[in-house]
Ligand binder design. Structure first.
Ligand SMILES: *Cc1c(COP(=O)(O)O)cnc(C)c1O
Length: 385
């Protein structure tokens, strides 16, 4: 048995999506910019995918969707674009949070070097951003508020609609990194007053290397990649048609099944959380209720997260100690530190992210294996008593 429980890092491609993509890897290989029928078949697929994505995330117009290479590119383009718009009006202040994905944080660091002032809000102990904190930090020169929809490490869901309402009222652009939310939570960008929103296909059973950026009509995007006039001049380069078709098919399938999947997943999640909290000196990271249905994040006192992961891998379980992007770094998770988890406990953290492919039997095996591994590590630890 090998159990995949790292779905916040990447998900398996579903059969339906694979089937949807195959013709575009095979016979429909034309360039969508070509005028001949080969090209036009690809162009039709591109148009349909754009409409589907617009519908699912609640965009008003399909032209508000730009296809990108993934969540990181969408985040970069959204933030750089809002900074450019602000800059032209003398607005050089940006509000974000301490527990964003690095695609957001590193982009903000770059802007800071270029003279922007960045305010990073602290989430509360449960991993939730307070709307009133956003409101009180907005200034007359605030160009952008960017707050993630759901956190990738602790799964906590942010009050995005409330933040959107505040930003709209104050005339500030609001971007949300919805990479963990799309396909997992109901999104209605227009109604939620979201101006820009990032998604990535491989987080909802679509292919890697395919993402989308929603930007409300009237918000001009800065081109990060120069070249041809693809994507209405917002991103050059021949479109990744198989990836885009897979993204749209996966998003539709995920969105059609959100309620069913979440009901199933939250039951599994709660079972695993309950089982793991039976282990002495264990804490749950992130709000108990306001969290993604598949997310479990716990800290075990006296444990090195890396050793635990290796032991679990030996037992046939793929999990994570935090985000995949930082797992090579020896520093404890910036997300856990931001919510006030002490450094020692942050080093002993484990993220299990389930998908609808996981079963009850697997959940039970995970609980049993983690218990054994933690006991084992603590028994052999020179400092644990
Ligand atoms: C995975 C992830 C990203 C990056 O997406 P890629 O498609 O891997 O570039 C950005 N933000 C969050 C919250 C993520 O979970």
């Amino acid at each position: 048995m090998y159990i995949y429980a790292d779905n916040a890092a990447a998900t398996r491609l579903s059969e339906t999506e694979k089937k949807a993509m195959l013709p575009y890897l095979d016979e429909i290989y034309g360039n969508p910019s070509s005028l001949h029928s080969f090209g036009q078949r690809a162009k039709d697929a591109l148009d349909n995918a754009r409409e589907e994505v617009a519908r699912v995330i609640g965009a008003e117009f399909s032209s508000e969707i730009t296809f990108t290479s993934g969540g990181s590119e969408s985040d970069n383009q959204a933030i750089v674009s809002a900074a450019e718009i602000g800059s032209k009006k003398g607005k050089k202040h940006i509000i974000s949070t301490k527990f964003e994905h690095h695609a957001v944080l590193r982009t903000l660091e770059k802007l800071e070097k270029k003279g922007f002032e960045i305010t990073l809000l602290e989430p509360d102990r449960n991993g939730i951003i307070n709307v009133r904190d956003v409101e009180s930090e907005i200034r007359s020169d605030t160009a952008l508020v960017t707050v993630m929809y759901a956190n990738n490490e602790i799964g906590t869901i942010q009050p995005v609609s409330e933040i959107g309402a505040v930003c709209r009222e104050r005339g500030v652009i609001f971007h949300t990194d919805a990479v963990q939310a799309a396909g997992h939570l109901h999104i209605d960008a227009a109604k939620q007053n979201i101006d820009m929103l990032s998604v990535s296909a491989h987080k909802f059973h679509g292919p890697k290397g395919a993402g989308a950026l929603y930007a409300r009509r009237g918000i001009p995007l800065v081109k990060l990649i120069e070249g041809g006039g693809q994507e209405k001049g917002r991103r050059a380069g021949t479109e990744n048609i198989p990836g885009i078709v897979g993204l749209a098919a996966a998003l539709k399938e995920a969105a059609d099944n959100i309620d069913k999947n979440n009901e199933y997943l939250s039951r599994l999640r709660d079972k695993v959380i309950g089982g793991l909290l039976d282990i002495p000196n264990t804490i749950l990271n992130g709000d108990r209720e306001k969290r993604l249905a598949g997310n479990i994040n716990v800290s075990f006192e006296g444990i090195e997260g890396e050793s635990l992961l290796l032991m679990l891998d030996d037992k046939g379980i793929a999990a994570s100690s935090g985000s995949a992007c930082t797992s090579a770094s020896p520093l404890p998770s910036h997300v856990l530190l931001a919510i006030g988890v002490p450094e020692e406990a942050a080093r002993g953290s484990l993220r299990i992210s389930l998908s609808e492919y996981n079963t009850d039997e697997e959940a039970e095996y995970i609980i049993k294996s983690v218990k054994e591994a933690v006991e084992n590590l603590r028994n052999t630890s020179p400092v644990w008593a």
